[in-house]
Design a protein around this ligand. Structure first.
Ligand SMILES: Nc1nc2c(ncn2[C@@H]2O[C@H](COP(=O)(O)OP(=O)(O)OP(=O)(O)O)[C@@H](O)[C@H]2O)c(=O)[nH]1
Ligand SMILES: [Mg+2]
Length: 336
C-alpha cells in the first residue's frame, strides 16, 4: 500500500523539474527524470547551453487481491498492465496506522508478498499450461526446434507448479532463443519497496521509505527541498533512491554526449556495444556506425573536457565490439 501516494509524489516532482515535455502521458503514467549529478558537472566543463536528462516511465496500477488470476477484483486488468512493464516495483505496507484500513484486515508484509507472488505464478501457470499442450503436440513431428520448446515448457511448468518464480529457472543459450514464446510475469525483475514509518528500517533487499513523508517532501519547492533534506541528515530523498534503484533493476546504465550545444544523458542496457549506443541517438547511426571516441567519466573530469582529454591521449577510439561502460562520454563517427 502506498503505490498511488508514491506515484503522485514522483510524478509531481516532474512537473517542477519541467525539463522533460511529457510529464504525464495518461493519468496513471508518469515520465520521471533520473537524478544524475554527473550531468551538471559535464555541462559546466563543456559550457553547454542545455542539459538533457534521461527518463524512466512509471505506471500506477490498481492493487491486487487474491484470486486476481481468475479475474477477482481488477485482476485481469491488473495483470494486463503488469504484462506491459519491463520491471515491477512492489510497494509493501510495513507501517502500522489504525486509521488506514488494510484490505486483508491487518499489516502482514510476508503474507502480502506471498499473495502477489501466488497470483503472478498462477497467471504464468495458465500461460504455460496452454503452451505445454501445444508444444507437446508439435514435438511429435520430431523437429528439433519443437522438441526444445516442449522441453522448455515442461521445465517452466514444473517450476511454476512447485510455486517457484519463472526467474528462478536457469536456461541454456539455445533455450533463450525461444523465450519470446513465454512472456512470464514472474520473469520480470522486481524491486521491493518497504513502505515504513519514517526512520524505521526494512529487511535486506528492500528499499525502505515512508510514502507519506515522501509525498510531503515532494511538495516543497525544489530549491528548498535540498536544504530540508540536509536538515534531516539525508543525502537524497527516498524518491530519488527509488528512481535510481528502478533504473538499476531494469539493468540500465548511462552514457553521455557532451558539447557546447548540449550535454545529454542516454540510457542503454548493460552489456550494449557501441553501435547500440549510437542507435539511441539516431536509428541510422547504428547501421552506419564506424567508430566512437570514448573518455571515461573520471578522466573527462580530470582532463577536463574533450579538448584536453584528447591532448592527454585519454580519448580512446573504439570499434563496434566495445562494451559501453556506465559514465562513458562518447562521440560517434558514422556513415549515412
Ligand atoms: N500513515 C501512512 N499512510 C499512508 C502511507 N502511504 C499511504 N498511506 C495511506 O494509505 C491509503 C492508501 O494509499 P495509496 O497510495 O492510495 O495506496 P495504493 O497502493 O495506491 O492502493 P490501491 O491503489 O488501492 O492498491 C491512503 O489513505 C494513504 O494516505 C504511509 O506511508 N503512511
Ligand atoms: Mg492506488
Amino acid at each position: 500500500m502506498g503505490k498511488s501516494t508514491l506515484f503522485n509524489a514522483i510524478s509531481g516532482l516532474q512537473v517542477e523539474a519541467a525539463n522533460y515535455p511529457f510529464a504525464t502521458i495518461e493519468p496513471n503514467v508518469g515520465v520521471v527524470t533520473v537524478p544524475e549529478p554527473r550531468l551538471d558537472v559535464l555541462a559546466r566543463i563543456e559550457k553547454s547551453k542545455k542539459t538533457v536528462p534521461t527518463v524512466i516511465e512509471f505506471k500506477d496500477i490498481a492493487g491486487l487481491v487474491a484470486g486476481a488470476h481468475k479475474g477477482e477484483g481488477l485482476g485481469n486488468q491488473f495483470l494486463a498492465h503488469v504484462r506491459e512493464v519491463d520491471a515491477i516495483v512492489e510497494v509493501v505496507r510495513f507501517f502500522e496506522d489504525k486509521n488506514i484500513t488494510h484490505v486483508s484486515g491487518n499489516v502482514d508484509p510476508k503474507r502480502d508478498i506471498e499473495t502477489i507472488e501466488t497470483e503472478l505464478i498462477l497467471a504464468d501457470l495458465q500461460l504455460v499450461e496452454k503452451k505445454n499442450e501445444n508444444f507437446k503436440k508439435s514435438a511429435r513431428s520430431g523437429k528439433h526446434e519443437d522438441i526444445v520448446k516442449a522441453a522448455l515448457a515442461q521445465k517452466y511448468f514444473d517450476a511454476l507448479s512447485a510455486g517457484r518464480l519463472a526467474s528462478s529457472v536457469s536456461i541454456t543459450e539455445e533455450e533463450q532463443k525461444f523465450m519470446f514464446e513465454f512472456p512470464f510475469l514472474t520473469n520480470k525483475p522486481i524491486l521491493y519497496v518497504a513502505n515504513v514509518k519514517s526512520g524505521e528500517t526494512a529487511p535486506d533487499n528492500f528499499l525502505a521509505l515512508d510514502a507519506q513523508i515522501e509525498s510531503e517532501i515532494a511538495q516543497i519547492p525544489e530549491n528548498e527541498r535540498k536544504h530540508y533534506l540536509k536538515e534531516l541528515g539525508l543525502a537524497e530523498s527516498g524518491l530519488d533512491r527509488l528512481i535510481k534503484a528502478a533504473y538499476q533493476t531494469l539493468g540500465l546504465q548511462t552514457f553521455f554526449t557532451a558539447g557546447e550545444q548540449e550535454t545529454r544523458a542516454w540510457t542503454i542496457t548493460k552489456g550494449d556495444k557501441t553501435p547500440q549506443a549510437a542507435g539511441k541517438i539516431h536509428t541510422d547511426f547504428e547501421k552506419g556506425f564506424i567508430k566512437a571516441d570514448v573518455v571515461a567519466y573520471d578522466k573527462f573530469v580530470e582532463a577536463p573536457g574533450w579538448v584536453k582529454a584528447r591532448e592527454k591521449g585519454w580519448a580512446r577510439s573504439e570499434g563496434k565490439e566495445y562494451v559501453v561502460q556506465d559514465g562513458d562520454i562518447m562521440l560517434f563517427k558514422f556513415n549515412v
